[in-house]
Design a protein around this ligand. Sequence first.
Ligand code: DWN
Length: 413
Amino acid sequence: MTNDTTSRMTKCRISDAPVVEFIDFGKMPLGNGFLSEQEFDSEYFYSMRAGFCEESKMVQLIDQPAPEQMFHDHYAFFTSTSAGMCRHFRQFADDVRGRFLGGSDAFAVEIGSNDGTFLSSYAEAGIKHLGVEPSANVAQVAVGRGVRTISEFFSPALAEKILSEDGPANTITAANVICHIPDFNGVLAGVAILLKKNGVFIFEEPYLGSVVEKTSYDQFYDEHVFMFSAMSVAYAAARHGLELIEAEPQITHGGSMRYTLCKRGDIAPGASVGRQLARELELGLDKMAAYEKFRLNCETSKRRLMEVLEEMRGKGLAVAGYAATSKSTTVINYCGITRDHLAYICDTTPIKQGKFSPGAHIPVVPYEVFKNNPPPCALLLAWNHAVEIMAKETEYTRQGGKWIRFVPEVTLT
Ligand code: DWN
C-alpha cells in the first residue's frame, strides 16, 4: 500500500544545518488526495514527520511528496469556497493596492494565484498583473474571470522570463502558498530577481506560533512543507539580500502571519518585526523544548478526541465530519478515525463529493446531505472557519445538534 517516493531530509531545506525530528505522525496519504473506490489499492502514502533546525529556526516536514504529486490539473482546493476568505483577500488586495500600486505602470505578480480571488480586483481595475498558478484546473477558473494567469511553478528562471517580458514587479504577493514550496531559497532568489527597487514581497501563511499555542497539528500535511515564523523568514530572507520589514498577525486559517520583505535597505523595518521576534522568544520557538512539548500536547489531543468519538459510537450516535479539509487528512489518519466513527464528511466542493477521504476512505458527500438530514453530532474539521460555519448552522445548533471541536482543545458542546 505504501508508495513512498519522497527523499529523506536530514538537513535544513534553507541552510546546510541539521534538522532534528520532533514528531512522527505516521504513514500519511496526500491531504487533498480525495479518491474513488477504484483508486484505493494504489493510494500514495509517505512518512509524515516534522523537524526543527536550531540554526535557521525553521520548522519543516522531513519528507515531502514531489510537488507534481500534489499540484496538478485536478487540484481539489478552490480559494473561493469560503466567503470569509473572499472578503479577507479583497481587503488584502485593496490594502496592497493603496500602499504600493499607485503608479500608472504598476505591475502586480501573485505566486499561487489559485482561482484568481486575490487578483480579480486588479483585473477589474485595469492594473497590470500576472498570476502564477501550477494547478491547471484552478488557473483555468482564474482565466475565466479575466485574471491573466500562467500555469507554472515559480522559480528563478520564471522570474527572469517575467522580468524580460513584463518588467520588474512593484508587488509580489502570495497567500497560503509559500509554505507549500520546498525550494524556498529558489522562491526568494526569484523574488530578488523580479522585484523593483522599493518593491515588496508580501506573503501570509499559517503561523508556527499559533500552531504551537493551539496544538493545531493538522496544519502539518504534505502541502505545508514549512511552518514559518518571523525568525525563520528573517533568516532565509537575509541569505538572498532581502529583509523582513513587517510581520503582521492575521486571524485567518486559525492564526496566520503576513510577512513583508524588500531588498535590504530599501525600506526601514517597522515595529512589528521586533515585536514578533520578541514574542517568539517568549514562546521559546527558538528551542527544541517547545516542539517536544508540542508533541506531548498532540498526543493528549489525539487521545481525548478518540475518547469522545468512541463515546459517541458507544451510544450509537452518528457523527458527521463537517468539511473535507486538507487538514482533516492529518487529524483522521493521525488519530485513527475510521468509518465507524464518522458516517460521512459533508463538503461544499463538487470535485470532492462522491469521493472518499484520503487514507480512512470515509465517504465525502454534498453539504445538502448534512442539511437535509442532520446527524446528532458534527466533528468540526474546518475549525478555522468556525465563525462563518456557526453563523450558517445556527438552526442545527438550536435544534440540539452537537459540535465536537479539537482546536485549541477537545470539546463536545
Ligand atoms: O494552504 C491551504 C489552505 C489555505 O487551503 C491549502 N494547502 C489547501 C486548503 O486547506 P484546507 O482544505 O484545510 O482549507 P480550508 O479553507 O480550511 O477548508 C476548505 C474546505 O472546507 C473546502 O473543501 C470547502 C469546505 N468547506 C465547507 O464544506 N463548508 C468550507 C466552509 C467554510 C464551509 O462552510
